[in-house]
Write a protein that binds this ligand. Structure first.
Ligand SMILES: [Zn+2]
Length: 176
């Protein structure tokens, strides 16, 4: 049997794909989940880091002598800038993803992000459900105009759908 992704002979099929492609896919999904869950904090630190980077760039191009510090050569700066721009694209991708989902899902994502902070930031822990469920039932009338409480399966599916959609967008932006 051949892996449908890489085409290599597949001795230990997982999910139809070979072990390598399977693990790569899991890694991508984990990355997408982290970007969804930590989006507010990452967005904020990305804005600050880019502003700082620009300020430094302006300070260095004003014709003043640079001093003797050579710990930050041009190549390091370029790498750092590329990282920041890459993170910025991830933020844009999350925003694009959220723009295309229903209000029910936006409320879910916001509460899911909150839950992650309270739990100490470990992706994949199931304890978030109780927190999100309690908050969702309290906020749905105000936010959605009706009382609504999605079930556990629905919430898991929403998160999974968000990850799929984010990865598609990220792929368009060539960041995965
Ligand atoms: Zn493969």
């Amino acid at each position: 049997m051949k892996c449908p992704i890489c085409g290599k002979e597949n001795k230990y099929p997982q999910d139809g794909t070979c072990k390598k492609c399977y693990e790569k896919r899991l890694e991508r999904r984990k990355k997408a989940e982290e970007w969804i869950l930590y989006y507010p904090q990452r967005k904020q630190s990305n804005i600050e880091a880019l502003a700082e980077f620009e300020a430094l760039g302006a300070a260095n191009s004003d014709g003043m002598p640079r001093g003797t510090d050579t710990s930050d050569p041009t190549s390091n700066k370029a790498t750092r800038l590329a990282e920041l721009q890459n993170d910025r694209l991830w933020c844009v991708a999350v925003e694009d993803m959220l723009r295309n989902v229903k209000d029910e899902i936006i409320l879910f994502v916001e509460l899911r992000q909150e839950a992650e902070l309270l739990e100490g930031g470990e992706v994949g822990r199931p304890a978030w459900y109780d927190y999100v469920e309690a908050k969702y039932s309290m906020q749905s009338e105000k936010r959605l105009g009706r009382y609504y409480l999605p079930g556990r399966d629905t919430m898991f599916r929403w998160l999974s759908d968000c990850k799929n959609s984010l990865l598609e967008i990220a792929s368009d932006y060539k960041i995965v």
